[in-house]
Design a binder for this molecule. Sequence first.
Ligand SMILES: [Zn+2]
Ligand SMILES: [Zn+2]
Length: 135
Amino acid sequence: MKQNLKGQCLCGNVKFELSDDFKAFYQCHCAQCQQLTGSAFASNIFTRPDNIEWTSGKADVSHYEHPTREFSKAFCRVCGSAVPFVNKSRTSLIVPAGSLLDKPSISPQANIFAAEEAHWLADGLKAHSFEGFPE
Ligand SMILES: [Zn+2]
Ligand SMILES: [Zn+2]
């Protein structure tokens, strides 16, 4: 039996558990994922649609679906954090990697839609690192 992983939103209102049983892990650099996340790329882990147990705050999960295209997002309506959702075609549960508290056994397998990569990502990865705020 696979280990169970815990996840939650930032405010802790929404909590869930799922089995560490994933089929794919993609970092998506498309322009839509940049807008949905407000960051350079979306880190999404794919699993079967029923691999989730909401342990708290399920009623506070809001959903957005693009009216014509295959873009969705689920988020805590209190703090806005991304949380897992079933895709439009209902074939996968998509888990935002940052919503997991525990480390999944799967690692990113691919950077997809790399042609749309944020123009500041490459420089950002080369920028100096600090443990906290810069001094
Ligand atoms: Zn929250
Ligand atoms: Zn994308």
